[in-house]
Each structure stands twice: as structure tokens, then as C-alpha cells.
Write a protein that binds this ligand. Sequence first.
Ligand SMILES: Cc1ncc(C[n+]2csc(CCOP(=O)(O)OP(=O)(O)O)c2C)c(N)n1
Ligand SMILES: [Mg+2]
Length: 284
Amino acid sequence: MNGGRETEIKSLEYRASRCRRGIIRMIRSGGAGHMGGAMSCMDIITALYFHTLDVDPENPKKPDRDRFILSAGHKCMAQYAALAERGFFDASFLDTYGKLGTRLPGHPDMAKLPGIEANTGALGHGLSISVGMALGLRASGLKSRVFAVMGDGELPEGSNWEAVSAASHYGLSNLTAFVDANGLQISGRTADVMNMAPHEARFEAFGWAAVTIDGNDMDEIVRTLDRLPFDPARPSAVIARTVKGKGLAFAEDNAAYHYWKPKEEELAAAERELDDAIRRKEVF
Ligand SMILES: Cc1ncc(C[n+]2csc(CCOP(=O)(O)OP(=O)(O)O)c2C)c(N)n1
Ligand SMILES: [Mg+2]
């Protein structure tokens, strides 16, 4: 890495740590939340918001913006943390999570919060929404791109494969789907619940250009984002191997932390661990 690039990667890692701390801040507010899956995709979402997406917090509806769709809506604390860090709203909003009247509900609501493009949470629909958006943007002559983040436990939903087929049929090179492949879903290992491996070959077989990366390695994420589209005539899929609960040693790769309702001591320990991570990564 050259100096400028190395500084950018360090800065993105620092941002991701701050966002992970934001997730725990929301859990302190609400008392519980989908922690594991928010933590696993945090590096991808940070890189998107701080390296790739053409979005403007001052003008969140500008027509030629890039679109980000969190198909796995239960991971929304990751998006809320990134939106706050990027300046879409004041970080104090995070302290309303889980409270009556909050604009940060347990699954994202486009009518409530700037920067949310679609209501998601019923798994298996975000990619169809993304395909429609990518088609519409292209038909309007806009250069905007669409980025979707899906869970690996979401892939068995049949609607995804209709969307995957349509994206390939229409050659949607302005569409990228990330699979947050943390190997776990709500009730255990994805390979045991419904095995959709091999992910990369499956997307390729449906006509996409697919790669597999370490989705918690910021340098690799950024290098991958900079190569998009992988093929000028096909949609791109990034199978991002991640660790559920990433950033909190006690929660990593453990399905028990899918939805976390911590005791006070556990919450305080999580806050300490992430505060330490931020201090270690401070670059400014
Ligand atoms: C259609 C539908 N079925 C079931 C659920 C309940 N549900 C919420 S999260 C989840 C697990 C999803 O697993 P994955 O996509 O791997 O996300 P992760 O747990 O890794 O964050 C399930 C089954 C849902 N939200 N929508
Ligand atoms: Mg998963």
C-alpha cells in the first residue's frame, strides 16, 4: 500500500470501530437488538458509505445518488451507525433506538429516516427492489449505481433467485450485491439450516460476475469496490466472508448473539472493548 492509501484504510477501520460502538450505543438505548449480523457487515457498510457511495447528507434525495439497499433489514443498526457517522442525522438519534416514536425502528423505514431507500426486514425482497431501481436508473440515463447487502441465511428465499435471474437477463452492471457470508443465521449454521454453498459458483451460474473476499478486511473490501463492475455487461456479486459479532471477542461466530439482550455488566464490557478498539485505531 502507498502512504495515501494506507492512511485511508486506517481511517476507514477507525470509522468502522466508531460505528460498532454506535451499535452498542443503540443497544444501550433499546435494551436489545440484532447485534451479531450488524457487526459482521459493519466493515462493508463503512467502506460503502465512506469510500464508494455517491450520496450527500445535505441532499439525501438527489436524483443521481447511488442507492444502498439493506435487504437483510434486521442488520439496520449497522446502517444507522454509518448514516450518523456520515452526517445524515445527529448521533444523538442513536439514543432513541428501541424507544417509542423513534425514527430508528428495529427494521429500516424510508418514511422515517433520511438515507433509507426502502423498507426491508421481510427477508428475500431487497434484491428485487434493487433490480427494479437499477433498471429504472439505467432507463433514466443516470449513472447511479445500486448496492444491496444480503444475509447468507436470506439466500434460500426463492424470490432472490428471480431477482438474480432478471439482473443477469437485463445485464445490470450498475448493480452489486454483497452477501454477508457470516456462516450463521438466526438458529444456527447456514450450512445446516439450508446449505446454499457454493455461493460464488451459484451467482456465476445465474450469469453474474462473482468474487469471494474477506469481508472484515478493509483493504480487501476497498480493492474489491474499486474493481466494480467486475464485468461491463453483468451484475456483480461479492461473497464477503465475515464473522458474526465481529469486534466483540465473546460474541464472535456465536449464533446466541444474533439478537442480544445484554445484562448491564455485559453491555459495559462491550462498551469497554470497543472504546479500546477506537483508541487503538485513532488516526486523526
Ligand atoms: C421472510 C423472513 N423470514 C424470517 C425472518 C426472521 N429472521 C430474521 S433475521 C433471520 C436470520 C437471517 O440470517 P442471515 O441472513 O444470515 O442474517 P444474520 O443472522 O447473519 O445477520 C431470520 C430468519 C425474516 N425477517 N423474514
Ligand atoms: Mg448470516
